[in-house]
Design a protein around this ligand. Structure first.
Ligand code: DGJ
Length: 719
């Protein structure tokens, strides 16, 4: 890994074993992009600059018409920081309104430094880790007094480049940041397919792939959270790219609020990718001397297709994003009460749940929604974080769990408030929306204004009171509605959405510093906030409220393009369509847990769950949680889903195969991937031993009569 600067041609080169990223400072002081792709070493890139000879002229400050000496004309050159208000109309990275209404924004190089390490952002989650090198460039706006600190970080030989920016108002008057994107990337071609991950509640991250066309394609959320509907992750890949071959570029965002991820194909057939905070409802005032920190953007390059993109993302998330110290350790078998009883429980029924959960091997008992305030229906009590004493004796339940050898976890939904709550009755102003008008309720609740410090402080105090009093090992942090009205806040309108997220991050930060042992799982009506910002604080996120195993195949497969299996909350549930064994096999390709009324299980069903637990305990941590994922057959393309995960030392692998429709006998070989060709592996499918080459060339033989929804889970172990 090396970041170098060549003073002779003012050229920056960021290179490791996976990619080269090259740009230079032109004679106007503007950064021009040259190359992002497979490592190319010292190759002379001077011909890659689009110095066309039909030069354009400009009117210089002394009134004379001059010709751009180097043929640089900012419409057609590849930009490193796309400007605003000049000739380039393919999309700006920053729009900043200065005094007198000037909005042209174009940054020029002042200085740079290259150093080992990676600075932490002050109020935002960010990547981190050893073996980091950072390039930081200082630029000044030609049309104002703002300074831009641009940074690029690379971690060892990981195929990811982390981009960051901060705007500092060095002038004496206030400026308004109207757009602050984390990155712009120009690619000198447009013959890409674009893949993005859209959805809905119970339908998260369905993969869609289509040819990129002229014009602008935008994946965006204005929901106040990253959302079920769109995910802040997209891939541009060769039209013929497969799981294993072809070039692919991926884009991701370390942020949980409104975002824009756009690909613009312009008249030159250049593709410009822009990624940042969505600028609808965004306008941030920066006083003299103040800094605006832009969230981190992630670029991934792979010349090994989509699988290569995913494995890079997975390593980045596990090694350079998640902060919890126990994230890589084996996780306990989690039992969650929600789908068993919803809000309808009391001390006796939960004690019975605990006893029966322990019998099926649970090691962490999670009491979901319903333990606080007067929460007997979802119409009340969000905001009242005190135990519903008449309903549940929390201490007794926790003691019981501990005596059964289980840890104990609890549910919170801190950022929300029900109008029917003590908190609302005393502080109606804590809720967003102007009380003089109708406000949209969603799941009977309003959104708390965490952009205000006193609101976040109140949450910190109330949650701390619970966490100080009870022995709690785990928190499920939920968020069950989109943001609607953003009025009614003391925070200026254009800052509310961003400051809400900052408030949430700071609350998470304070709680995690105070209670470093507590393990957090994120959630947002299922997987409505599945993003790198949340993963920084939550080493796992509940993937979806959809626990139908067939639907889960799609949801987990789609989610796996960006996110490792170790973060994808997935449970065996009561869903009746198939056996607990089959549901368990699918849940194993995620974080794994159990969620139903455990008192209703028959002895044979308990046995099925216990058998899945055994596989979980024996293989999951090494093979799935910390291993490498290979997707083998996509549910989006055919009747089968197959994927496998291989331990990093390639000594073990787990393979899942599931069909949806019934099929008769036919040749059905699934070729495996990622094994060591020379290692010999036993397999639990036919009990034979073959070398890795055999499994990767011939494959596992699933030629059989397949009833509707048959599943196989095959264990491979080095013989
Ligand atoms: C939505 C979550 O996705 C569920 O798992 C559950 O926690 C409910 N909220 C509780 O209200």
């Amino acid at each position: 890994m090396a970041i170098t600067y060549n003073a002779e041609n003012a050229l920056f080169r960021i290179e490791n074993a996976r990619f080269s990223y090259v740009f230079f400072v032109n004679s106007k002081g503007v950064l021009q992009h040259l190359y992002f792709g497979k490592p190319i070493g010292e190759t002379d890139l001077s011909s890659a600059d689009l110095g066309w000879d039909w030069s354009k002229t400009y009117l210089s400050a002394d009134g004379a018409e001059k010709i751009y000496e180097d043929n640089y004309y900012n419409d057609r050159s590849m930009a490193e920081v796309p400007s605003h208000g000049l000739m380039d109309k393919s999309g700006a990275q920053f729009v900043i309104e200065k005094s007198g209404g000037v909005t042209a924004t174009s940054f020029v190089y002042k200085k740079h430094r290259i150093y080992d390490g990676k600075p932490k952002l002050s109020a935002l989650p960010s990547t981190h880790g050893d073996d980091a090198q950072t390039l930081e460039i200082t630029l000044d706006d030609v049309y104002g007094n703002e300074r831009l600190l641009l940074s690029y970080t690379v971690y060892g030989d990981l195929g990811a480049l982390i981009r960051n920016a901060s705007i500092i108002n060095c002038g004496k008057t206030e400026i308004r940041v109207k757009r602050a994107y984390s990155l712009g990337l120009d690619l000198p071609r447009s013959d890409f397919d674009l893949m993005h991950f859209h959805g809905d509640w119970c339908l998260e991250r369905f993969a869609e792939r289509k040819p990129l066309a002229n014009g602008r394609f935008t994946v965006e959320s204005t929901m106040g959270r990253s959302s079920h509907e769109k995910n802040p992750f997209a891939v541009l890949c060769d039209r013929h790219a497969t799981e294993d071959t072809g070039e692919a570029y991926a884009f991701s965002f370390v942020y949980s609020g409104n975002f824009t991820l756009a690909a613009n194909v312009d008249k030159w057939r250049r593709t410009r990718v822009l990624l940042g905070i969505c600028d609808e409802d965004f306008s941030f005032a920066l006083g003299s001397g103040e800094t605006f920190e832009v969230p981190e953007g992630v670029l991934v390059y792979s010349d090994r297709g989509l699988g290569g993109v995913s494995r890079t993302m997975h390593d980045l998330v596990r090694n350079n994003l998640i902060t919890h110290k126990k994230a890589k350790a084996a996780r306990p078998v989690l039992f969650n009460s929600w789908e068993g009883c919803y809000l309808d429980f009391d001390t006796q029924s939960i004690l019975a749940y605990a006893e029966n959960a322990a019998k099926i091997g649970a090691e962490l008992f999670v009491l979901d929604d319903g333990w606080f305030g007067k929460r007997d229906t979802d119409c009340s009590s969000l905001g009242d974080w005190f135990v519903a004493d008449g309903k549940i004796d929390l201490k007794k339940v926790i003691d019981k769990c501990h005596s059964l050898g289980m840890k104990f976890g609890i549910w919170f939904e801190p950022e929300m408030i029900n109008p029917d709550s003590d908190l609302y009755r005393t502080h109606p102003d804590y809720a967003l929306g102007d009380g003089g008008y109708e406000r949209t309720l969603s799941r009977h609740q309003l959104v708390l204004d965490t952009s205000r410090k006193e609101v976040a402080d109140r949450l910190f105090k109330d949650m701390s009171a619970i966490l100080d009093k009870y022995e709690i090992d785990y928190i499920k942090w939920d968020h069950n509605r989109n943001i609607g009205e953003i009025t009614g806040s003391d925070t200026p309108y254009g800052e509310v959405c961003h400051r809400l997220i900052l408030g949430t991050y700071s609350l998470l930060d304070r709680l995690q510093k105070k209670y470093p042992e507590i393990f957090f799982e994120g959630c947002a009506s299922g997987g409505g906030r599945f993003d790198l910002g949340m993963l920084y604080y939550n080493p796992q996120i509940w993937t979806s409220d959809e626990t139908d195993p067939v639907q889960r195949l799609f949801i987990q497969y789609g989610t796996s393009y960006a996110y490792p299996l170790s973060v994808m909350g997935s449970h065996i549930s009561k869903n009746p369509i198939t056996s607990y064994t089959a549901k368990g096999r699918i849940a194993l390709f995620g974080t794994y847990g159990i969620e139903m009324n455990p008192c209703l299980l028959s002895e044979s069903e308990r046995e099925e769950v216990r058998e899945v637990n055994e596989i979980y305990k024996k293989y999951h941590c090494e093979v799935i949680q910390n291993g490498d994922l290979y997707r083998l057959a996509s549910p989006f393309e055919g009747n089968y889903t197959s994927m496998m995960s291989v331990s990093k030392d390639k000594s073990k692998a787990l393979v899942l195969f599931a069909n949806v429709l019934k099929e008769n006998n036919r040749y059905r070989f699934i070729k495996l991937k990622g094994l060591d060709p020379d290692k010999r592996y036993s397999n639990s499918h036919d009990g034979k031993i073959h070398d890795g080459r055999y499994y990767m060339q011939i494959g596992l033989n699933f030629t059989a009569w397949l009833e509707e929804f048959t599943t196989f889970l095959v264990v491979l172990e080095e013989a």
